[in-house]
Design a protein around this ligand. Structure first.
Ligand SMILES: Cc1ncc(COP(=O)(O)O)c(C=O)c1O
Length: 366
């Protein structure tokens, strides 16, 4: 029987999203509005963060966090060499220099030791990325930050709801950034947020988010941007957030089902989570061993495609893009870049679909 392609991700509406969007439309408040304020309040409560500023996407959230820190041309920002390169690209766009740290072989996240090697007198920010929903080992990273006096901005775009020692990812450092992109754990289509403990940084980010205008209309205190989320997008987010516990539970079911079928399989190493981490897994990913899969990761992706399964490769590591980031050697990042594959990970996948993906993967092994 022909089967529809199983997508890598597909957005799902869990409850009141449509009703709230229509309400926003009918209210005539389609730019800013009550849902924006509500999403900021509700997301802050959910993350247990004193303050949240929502933004037009996760990339502008990172940009705002860097503006809060007064990142300037010539400053350096430490980012992992394996991960989605938004922070590195924002740094470049601000005239700063991304400096890439290695990542751990098993967790695929950067560590305090990796970061320490990249510190210099020019370092202005450290951006650990909580890749695929894992959380970096934050305790030593925060200790390093205290020792060297450099602020940490957690990139928790992929880790909404993941916890580290019981604390929400994105709220361990003074600034944390999230993405509400269509594939993310909760979505607004495009959207993002910054969580912070600092009322001062919140004010600064609000100022930069909206053209540098505060109480006086058309009076620009700083050269700001328009990084605002619309009321219609926020309305989707409010609907999603009401169901975040259900979404997380379903993501957990999906992850556990994959794990049951893949964890002891030869040649397949799932991303490792330390005991300190309770992940809400955003993307289920594994490293494929070259001996068991001599056709290579890309060959496996092609085979799975023919079987109606959409997968994604691991991120290109920073060392593979010297035209943009310069020459460097990051052997672990480079290896992950070649060998990691991520599988369909939507929270609404059925167990039967997951079993089909795992069975298909097993047939690709030598
Ligand atoms: C780790 C990470 N950081 C930042 C971003 C940027 O978020 P957005 O796509 O919402 O701009 C993403 C999004 O894909 C991401 O995965």
């Amino acid at each position: 029987m022909a089967r529809n392609t199983i997508p890598w991700a597909s957005p799902h509406y869990w409850g009141n999203e449509e009703r709230y969007v229509l309400d926003a439309l009918k209210s005539s408040w389609i730019s800013g509005g009550a849902y924006v304020d509500q999403l900021e309040r509700d997301f802050a409560r959910y993350c247990d963060s004193p303050h949240v500023a929502v933004t037009s996407n996760g990339t502008t959230a990172l940009h705002l966090a860097f503006l809060a820190l007064d990142l300037r041309a010539g400053d350096e920002v430490i980012v992992p060499g394996f991960g989605f390169m938004a922070a590195a690209n924002v740094a470049l766009n601000m005239g700063a220099k991304p400096v890439f740290s290695e990542v751990d072989r098993a967790t695929w996240c950067t560590t305090a030791k990796d970061i320490e090697r990249c510190l210099s007198p020019k370092t202005k920010a450290i951006v650990p990325i909580h890749t695929y929903g894992n959380v970096c080992d934050m305790k030593p990273i925060m200790e390093l930050s205290a020792d060297c006096g450099v602020t940490v901005v957690e990139d928790a775009a992929e880790a909404i709801g993941s916890k580290y020692n019981g604390q929400m990812a994105g709220t361990i450092a003074p600034l944390g950034v999230y993405s509400f992109h269509a594939t993310k754990t909760i979505t607004t289509g495009e959207g993002g947020a910054v969580a912070t403990r600092s009322a001062e940084w919140l004010e600064r980010m609000r100022l930069f988010r909206s053209h540098g205008m505060a109480s006086r209309r058309y009076w620009h205190e700083v050269a700001g941007h328009n990084f605002r989320l619309t009321n219609m997008q926020a309305a989707i987010g409010c609907g999603q957030l009401e169901k975040v516990d259900l979404i997380s539970a379903e993501r957990h079911r999906v992850y556990s089902t994959y794990r049951r079928h893949l964890e002891d399989a030869p040649g397949i190493s799932l991303q490792h989570y330390h005991d300190s981490v309770e992940p809400v897994v955003w993307a289920i990913a594994a490293e494929l061993d070259a001996e068991s899969f001599p056709q290579g990761r890309d060959g496996v992706m092609d085979q799975l495609k023919l079987m109606g399964i959409e997968t994604r490769p691991g991120f290109y590591s920073a060392d593979t893009m010297p035209h943009l980031y310069g020459a460097m050697e990051l052997p672990v990042c480079s290896r992950l870049s070649q060998q990691v594959i991520s599988f369909p990970s939507s929270p609404n996948l059925s167990d039967e679909e997951i079993e089909y993906v795992c069975h298909s993967l097993h047939t690709c092994r030598k």
